[in-house]
Design a protein around this ligand. Structure first.
Ligand code: B3K
Ligand code: ZN
Length: 845
């Protein structure tokens, strides 16, 4: 496979003025007719007329009306003597959507035609310069015997068996979309700030109409929010969203025609959990926000992916913080970052936020590009301040509208808007790895001093790291818990740097990295007393939560390495917090959650202990039991105070109460063996409580009847059945995980071709930490076997699911050998996809 490098970027030799496409739909033989006006690109000297194309059969090609016979290769078409003046290229090709199991290009899902073109899927539809810096207006005609036929932009004309769409906004081919099938619309309307009336449609399969209302409200809120906060208005007469069952990821921001995995848009109280509702609201916002950050301003090349993704994730997290609780959103984002991005950044798959090479770009839609990319924007905003950030964003939209940009363009906007030099900050885009920040303090003659050291360990291909700019938010507390220095932003740019706080009458207690102001690992000398003090008194909700997390983590480490008992100061601390009714229930629920087993494995590894997955599981259980015993007398009051019996609403307030109630139920289950959970399961009238109760029963091993009842109730709802599959594997005792996962792959509803279902079974198995890491290595073999099978059909989803192997070097020699053998078995598979072979070779490097 060939490697593509950022440094080799060259613009395409031609500009595309406009594109006309005609689709004659047929499941196995769709004809695509294209008419494309090309003109020499004045910015380039070379004129190589190469159009990307894969899995397309060329029927005919013409230049200015005269037939031509281009050279055809496996990845495209080349014409040696293309004119050095404007010309029209026409082609007719045939494609086979029904056989397209990779779900990239034009494919079929439940009899419906749909597309996914990002990153390089348009080339599976027709021959085209399939790269984001080629932007053009598109007119699309769809011919077929289907009631609904949609494409980008505004509807232009339609008749019996055909429909035409025109998108006036120049766009790259990756934003092209087409949907055709038997669909029904949930309709609404939105008037933009400047008075444009926009028709909103959420298209679903008949039968799903009752799951649309929430998504539509989320869309309207997103549209309003982007006007109010970023001054960005919608720019077409219609905005269409379509729900599709077979989809490789969450959703896609195609211009005017967003396509969603049905799991990321369809919701009802009976079938969706509070977490589903929150995620749907965020994804709808994310895709909508792309209209400006991604579509109007796009990426010059795929190395610049974080330009649109980091910024759009940052924008959707701001939106969620505004719609719900900002501290709870921040804590949840950091939980996610530490669980998904940190392991990536600290293992063999580490890559910079802006990677410099790839074999398969789909492998770089990662937590690093997305979530660390968003953290980088958050740091920029913290460093320049809110006002300067707003000014820079205005300049970005004004200067770059209609362009395909780079990270250099983005940082120059900040330099021009603020006068700040961004050259050191730019390292956040080029250096991989999580910086480790250590801190020491001293107190002398009334001056309190914090001394920080930063150090980023080597990552593949980058041995040496230079110091980065770190915004460190710090607050100081007095010995009685009162705040004596409110949150202050320290700006660190050296490898080692000290900051003085003069005139301190007493030695303060520092609260460092408030709000998780930089994506680093903070290394403070462990001080159990100080941590318990912060848990009790910190005014920064993030650090208060993190203090609890640290106490839990240290308790687990001591239990595992020293045979210690669960830490009483941790248990006492959370007992005080969870019963404090002045605190947000959602926050209290987060306080009750412990670190993941995988996180503990990572910590043990860092401290030179070989992690034993079974010991980690056992200690986590012991800590859970100790927590239940310590909180036993408080649980009835906590549950009573949460009033989960109110008529269901997915709002943050109710969701927080249900989260706390469910956390209490889960502790109660440790004490009563499942009696309360059974009662809750039987009387639940919403999925949040029903699934929470079922999870408790699975954990308690008392799940047989409940699982059967749940299946009988929901067997016809694919999205609910995904939960049924996933949860019983992820939450069961480690020794049951593999037998259960194996058994469920034989269930009639297990479907390899549906990514949601595949992830629900195979992906959930890898989330059962000790179950996946069984000592006999069979868990690794099971995952490898299924990834090989899936790779032949759907390389993108298969390659993404290699992530559980990324920590393989941290375990004992036997497990390491088994994981290595599993990876080598994948690597040795004939005809492995480019996606998979790149992932496996990086994992084994
Ligand atoms: N931009 C798409 C992701 C495309 C993934 C291609 N492998 C969804 C999003 O980030 O909004
Ligand atoms: Zn995105």
């Amino acid at each position: 496979p060939t490697t593509v490098y950022l440094k080799d970027y060259e613009p395409f030799g031609y500009l595309v003025e406009d594109v006309h496409l005609t689709f004659r739909l047929a499941p196995n033989a769709t004809r695509v007719l294209s008419r494309i006006r090309f003109a020499p690109n004045p910015a380039t000297k070379t004129r190589d007329f190469f159009l990307n194309g894969e899995n397309v059969t060329l029927i005919s090609a013409k230049i200015d009306g005269a037939g031509v016979a281009p050279e055809i290769t496996a990845d495209g078409l080349r014409l040696e003597d293309a004119p050095d003046a404007p010309f029209t290229f026409e082609a007719e090709v045939e494609i086979d959507p029904a056989e397209n199991t990779a779900l990239e290009g034009l494919y079929m899902s439940n009899g419906m035609y749909c597309t996914q073109c990002e990153a390089e899927g348009f080339r599976k539809i027709t021959y085209y310069p399939d790269r984001p810096d080629v932007m053009a207006t598109f007119t699309v005609r769809i011919e077929g015997d289907l009631p609904v036929m949609l494409s980008n932009g505004n509807p232009a004309a339609s008749g019996e068996g055909w429909a035409e769409w025109h998108d006036p906004w120049p766009k790259p081919s990756y934003l092209f979309a087409l949907v055709a099938g038997e669909l029904v619309a949930h309709e609404d309307r939105f008037t933009t700030a400047s008075g444009r009336a926009v028709d909103l449609n959420l298209w679903v399969r008949p039968g799903d109409e009752h799951k649309c209302a929430f998504g539509m409200e989320a869309l309207k809120k997103s549209m309003r929010w982007d006007e109010e906060v970023y001054g960005r208005e919608y720019d077409l007469d219609v905005f269409n969203i379509v729900a599709v069952d077979d989809f490789n990821m969450g959703a896609m921001e195609n211009k005017g025609l967003n396509i969603f995995n049905s799991a990321a848009v369809l919701a009802s109280p009976e079938t969706s959990t509070d977490a589903n509702f929150e995620r749907i609201e965020a994804i709808i916002a994310h895709e909508y926000f792309h209209n400006w950050t991604g579509n109007r301003i796009t990426c010059r090349d795929w190395f610049q992916l974080c330009l649109k993704e980091g910024l759009t994730v940052f924008r959707d997290s701001q939106f969620t913080a505004d719609m719900r609780s900002a501290p709870v959103k921040r804590i949840s984002d950091v939980i996610d970052l530490r669980a998904r991005q940190f392991p990536e950044d600290q293992g063999p798959l580490a890559h910079p936020v802006r990677p410099e090479s790839f074999q398969e770009i789909n492998n770089f839609y990662t937590a690093t590009v997305y979530e660390k990319g968003a953290e980088v924007i958050g740091m920029l905003k913290r460093l320049v301040g809110d006002e300067a950030y707003a000014k820079a964003l205005d300049l970005h939209f004004e200067r770059h509208d209609g362009q395909a940009c780079t990270i250099e363009d983005w940082l120059r906007v900040f330099e021009d808007a603020t006068g700040r030099d961004m050259s050191q900050f730019k390292r956040w885009y080029s250096q991989a790895g999580t910086p480790r920040l250590s801190v020491a303090d001293s107190y002398e003659n009334g001056t309190y001093t914090l001394t920080f050291r930063q150090h980023t360990p080597p990552t593949p291909g980058q041995d040496q790291k230079a110091p980065q700019v770190l915004p460190i938010a710090v607050g100081l507390l007095g010995q009685n818990g009162e705040e004596i220095v409110p949150t202050t932003l320290l700006e660190m740019s050296e490898a080692e740097q000290s900051f003085d706080f003069p005139n301190m009458a007493q030695r303060p207690v520092p609260s460092i990295l408030r709000g998780f102001s930089a994506p680093v690992v903070l290394e403070q000398c462990w001080d159990a007393e100080r941590t318990a003090f912060l848990l009790a008194h910190d005014t920064d909700p993030f650090n208060r939560w993190d203090a609890g997390r640290q106490l839990a983590r240290e308790s687990l480490v001591a239990q595992i390495t020293e045979g210690a008992a669960p830490d009483a100061s941790y248990l006492d601390g959370i007992a005080t917090l969870v019963s404090d009714e002045a605190l947000d229930p959602a926050f209290r629920a987060l306080m009750l959650s412990g670190p993941t087993q995988s996180e503990i494995a990572q910590i043990l590894h860092e401290r030179r202990h070989t992690p034993d997955p079974d010991a980690i599981f056992t200690s986590a259980e012991a800590l859970g039991d100790a927590k239940a015993a310590r909180l036993e007398h408080l649980l009835p009051a906590i549950k009573d105070a949460t009033e989960i019996r109110a008529p269901y609403s997915p709002d943050a307030d109710q969701a927080g109460k249900r989260a706390l109630w469910s956390a209490a139920l889960s502790l109660e289950t440790r004490l009563d063996g499942g009696a309360a959970a059974t009662a809750a399961f039987e009387s639940a009238d919403n999925m949040t409580i029903q699934l929470a109760a079922l999870t408790c029963l699975v954990r308690a091993g008392a799940d047989e009847d409940a699982l059967a009842a749940f299946e009988a109730q929901w067997k016809d709802d694919r999205l609910v059945m995904d939960k049924w599959f996933a949860m019983q594997i992820a939450a069961t005792a480690p020794e049951n995980a593999l037998p259960r996962a194996r058994h469920l792959t034989e269930h009639p509803a297990f479907d390899l071709k549906n990514p949601n279902r595949f992830r629900a079974v195979i992906g959930a198995f890898a989330m059962n930490h000790a179950g996946f890491h069984r000592a006999d290595g069979e868990g690794y073999d099971f995952l490898a076997g299924w990834l090989i099978t899936l790779d032949a059909k759907n390389p993108q989803t298969a390659a993404r699911m290699c992530a559980p192997f990324q920590s393989w070097t941290r375990y004992d020699a036997d497990r390491r050998a088994s994981m290595k053998a599993a990876l080598e078995r994948i690597a040795a598979t004939p005809d492995l996809s480019r996606d998979m072979s790149e992932m496996v070779s990086r994992l084994l490097a």
